[in-house]
Design a protein around this ligand. Structure first.
Ligand code: MG
Length: 279
C-alpha cells in the first residue's frame, strides 16, 4: 500500500490564542510548532505568519524568512509556505503574495479560485493562478493546488492541461472551509471523482469534520492534512494542546488502518521533489 503523507497546517490565518492558547504567533512559536509536528510524524508543514504582537495574520517577508530558517535548522520536514496573501492590500498584490516563493521552500500553496471566506472575499483573479504557477516553476517550488469547491477543481484542471505544472501536480481538497463545498462524505466522493487520474492528492476537513475527512481520504488512497489552521479541538469541548497532538491522532489512525506514514523523504519521492541543498 502507498505511504500516507501527513501535512500539518500549524497556524493558518484564523485561530487566535483566545480560542486556544497553544496557537503560535511569533516565528519562534510557529517554528517550534512545525518541528513538533514533524517529530510527531508530519512530513509537510504548511506555514502562515502572524504579527508577533497582535497575532493578526500578515505576510511580512522577514517573518516567513525567520520561520523558514528556524524550521530548516530543526528538522528535515518539507516546508510549504502559503501564498494566500493574508492582509495584503494595494497595487502590487500578486508580487507581494509571491515573495515567500523566493525562499525556495519545497512547496507553496496556490489557490486557484475566488470565494467568500468568513466576512471577506478571498480573491484569486484569473491572472493569479498562471502567474503564481510560473513563478513557482522558476524557483523549483512544487505548487500545492488548493481547491475549495468543484469549480476550483475545474480551474485547476485547466491549468494542469495547459502544462503550467511539473509532474505530478499535487491537489489539496479543502472541505468545509469558508463558503466552499461542505465537508460531507458524499461531497468528498464527488470531489475525488473530478480529480485527474494518477496524481497525488490530499484532503483537509474543517472543525469537527477533520477526522472524518482525513479518514475517508486514507480509505480512498489520498493523503491528509491536520493542524490548527483547520481545527483546534481534540474532541468536543476539549482543546488540542499542540499541533503535534493532532498529528499523533492522524499517525495512529493510519497505523490502525494498516497503512504506513510517509517520512519526509518518502513525501519528496511521492511528490517528485528532488532533495536540493539549495532548498
Ligand atoms: Mg493555508
Amino acid at each position: 500500500m502507498a505511504k500516507t503523507i501527513i501535512s500539518a497546517a500549524v497556524v493558518g490565518s484564523g485561530p487566535t490564542k483566545e480560542m486556544n492558547p497553544a496557537v503560535p504567533y511569533t516565528p519562534k512559536e510557529i517554528a517550534e510548532a512545525a518541528i513538533g509536528a514533524c517529530k510527531a510524524g508530519a512530513s509537510i508543514v504548511h506555514i502562515h505568519v502572524r504579527d508577533p504582537e497582535t497575532g493578526i495574520v500578515c505576510s511580512r517577508f522577514e517573518l516567513f524568512k525567520e520561520v523558514f530558517e528556524r524550521i530548516r535548522e530543526g528538522c528535515n520536514v518539507l516546508i510549504n509556505l502559503t501564498t494566500s496573501g493574508g492582509n495584503i492590500k494595494g497595487e502590487n498584490i500578486i508580487e507581494e503574495r509571491l515573495e515567500p516563493v523566493t525562499l525556495r521552500p519545497e512547496i507553496c500553496s496556490l489557490d486557484v479560485g475566488s470565494m467568500n471566506f468568513g466576512n471577506r472575499v478571498f480573491l484569486n483573479p484569473p491572472e493569479w493562478g498562471p502567474a503564481a504557477a510560473k513563478r513557482m516553476r522558476e524557483y523549483n517550488v512544487k505548487p500545492e493546488i488548493e481547491v475549495f469547491d468543484a469549480g476550483h477543481m475545474r480551474q485547476a484542471i485547466k491549468l494542469i492541461n495547459e502544462g503550467l505544472f511539473e509532474d505530478p501536480p499535487y491537489i489539496q481538497m479543502c472541505m468545509g472551509a469558508g463558503w466552499g463545498i461542505e465537508a460531507t462524505p458524499e461531497n468528498l466522493m464527488f470531489m475525488i471523482s473530478l480529480l485527474p487520474p494518477d496524481i497525488p492528492w490530499s484532503v483537509l476537513g474543517v472543525g469537527r469534520m477533520e477526522l472524518p475527512m482525513i479518514t475517508m481520504a486514507f480509505l480512498m488512497g489520498g493523503h491528509m492534512r491536520v493542524g490548527f489552521e483547520d481545527n483546534i479541538y481534540l474532541r468536543r469541548g476539549v482543546l488540542l494542546d499542540s499541533n503535534a497532538q493532532m498529528v499523533d491522532v492522524a499517525v495512529k489512525l493510519v497505523e490502525q488502518l494498516q497503512g504506513e506514514v510517509a517520512t519526509p523523504d518518502d513525501a519528496r519521492e511521492i511528490l517528485g521533489i528532488s532533495k536540493n541543498t539549495t532548498n
